[in-house]
Design a protein around this ligand. Sequence first.
Ligand SMILES: *Cc1c(COP(=O)(O)O)cnc(C)c1O
Length: 299
Amino acid sequence: MGIIDDSRAVIQPVNKFWYKKKVAALDMLRLDLLHPVVSGNKWFKLRLNMKHAEERGFKTIVTFGGGFSNHLIATAYAAKRFGMASVGIVRGHYDHLTPTLVACKEEGMELIFVSKEDYKNKHEPGWASDLVAHFDELFIIPEGGANEWGREGAGLLKRYINDWYTHIAVSVGTGTTLIGLRDKLNDNQQIMGFVPMKQGAYLKDYIAEHLQPAKNLNWELIDKWHFGGFGKWNNELISFMNEFYGETSIPLDVIYTAKMMYGVHEMLEDNHFSSCDRLLCIHTGGLQGNAGVREGLVY
Ligand SMILES: *Cc1c(COP(=O)(O)O)cnc(C)c1O
């Protein structure tokens, strides 16, 4: 289990520099510091999956993702450290491999490319195992680590988060991290899930269905700041990332955490919070995805 040192994640005050007077505290949980490759929430979603696979003697980890997927590279890295083979089923075909996919291959992951149409079958029983029939003893992890071990693993993040915080901000992809947190954090803490894509509405049902029934409270999805959709950004977002970095020395990733912090910034400006609120924003990592930004980012 010891491939990542949990103590590397720290809580860093942001409000010292940024919007000091609007709320009583604005801190960031730096999961991005956990590891350069298996960063952020990805390790927490994977760790119980890997433990399970190891205990049951599985030899190959199969998972899914797009060309910039943080989950794919995290899985490739983790599987190698656990002495297992890994296969990544990639959405779409690429003339040139993305930096993420190159890194996956370097970690020994075999990549299988399927069309975007075909990729939609990924939940069908047998679809993935047919594609990877040439490997032995497969353990299939869904896209984004979205299974019960993923949710339970994300719940382990509670070890960093004390009850003093009134609001927890987290970025949402599959919703797995939000669900794990909601299940384990204090009921009174409000969990704000920032959605970096358009049409994130289906997530609401998905999250409600997968929460423990008694825990379906004090969470919300905020989908206003998607910047045109998943994986899209503009100069305004890049400038914001540079400015945030200049003031806090915290690098944000363009896909998830930058959109979340932009939203938090706007909500602070709009006086959405009360001056005694204490916010903890979770930096879920994903900095490797910034390799896809070609211009304007100072870090
Ligand atoms: C994957 C990812 C998320 C989304 O996590 P989910 O558990 O799928 O909701 C958020 N932030 C970063 C940086 C990620 O890589």
